[in-house]
Design a protein. Structure first.
Length: 227
């Protein structure tokens, strides 16, 4: 049976008064309600449900980190919660053409998780990476750069300076700078991505080729030669 968003929302409100064990269910319900509202073209309702989904996600994060910080299933539940929020933001972007609202919801989610989780938590790191993806797709490019700066030390401390996450970090920064029209900075990031990726995955690696294609675009726009 497919519930309307108002039925889903009412059910979540009731469930949240029952006890903390249903926070995850509330997150799913609000996320589903937000996606239904987005599909129906209701910007305000989608935004309201999305904000409630984020609030439920934050409660899940506090609960999981407090009660079961070492439990694998807890991290998995938080990962799934992050995917839910990302899908909601994508729905707002795609169905409503409300990119700015999607950015606001993702910013709220990151802020709530930063309050709920320690700064080196893997789930927070993953959510920051998701946020970058949403910000770039919604043209929130300066916000994307801010989050990339914040996630850098997490990636370097967990994965090391010569790792694929750092390759992707340079590549993403290059893409953001390219979209901002800062071609010299974009070129620098793509060159770093290529040099590091070649050492890790070889000359024919997928990331190497992607960065080279973007570097060629940047160089062409600058009237420069591709080395």
């Amino acid at each position: 049976v497919c519930l309307s968003w108002c039925e889903v929302e009412s059910g979540c409100d009731l469930a949240q008064r029952v006890g903390p064990q249903v926070h995850l269910a509330a997150l799913y319900g609000y996320a589903h309600a937000a996606q239904q509202a987005a599909a129906a073209g209701s910007v305000e309702r989608a935004t309201a449900c999305a904000r409630r989904a984020v609030a439920a996600f934050a409660r899940v994060a506090v609960e999981e980190h407090t009660l079961a910080p070492k439990e694998l299933k807890a991290s998995q539940r938080l990962k799934v919660g992050g995917e839910c929020v990302e899908k909601v933001c994508a729905s707002m972007r795609d169905h409503l053409n409300a990119a700015e609202r999607a950015v606001e919801v993702m910013e709220l989610c990151v802020a709530e998780l930063e309050k709920a989780l320690p700064p080196d938590h893997r789930v927070l790191e993953g959510m920051l990476v998701r946020a970058v993806s949403i910000f770039v797709s919604c043209k929130g490019l300066h916000r994307a750069l801010d989050v990339l700066d914040r996630v850098e030390w997490l990636l370097r401390s967990r994965c090391g300076d010569e790792s694929m996450p750092i390759v992707h970090w340079h590549h993403t920064r290059g893409e953001v700078f390219r979209q901002l029209g800062e071609m010299e900075r974009a070129r620098e990031q793509f060159e770093k991505s290529i040099a590091l990726a070649v050492r890790i995955e070889g000359e024919d690696g997928e990331t190497v080729q992607a960065s080279r294609r973007n570097l060629a675009i940047v160089c062409a726009s600058m009237g420069a030669e591709l080395e």
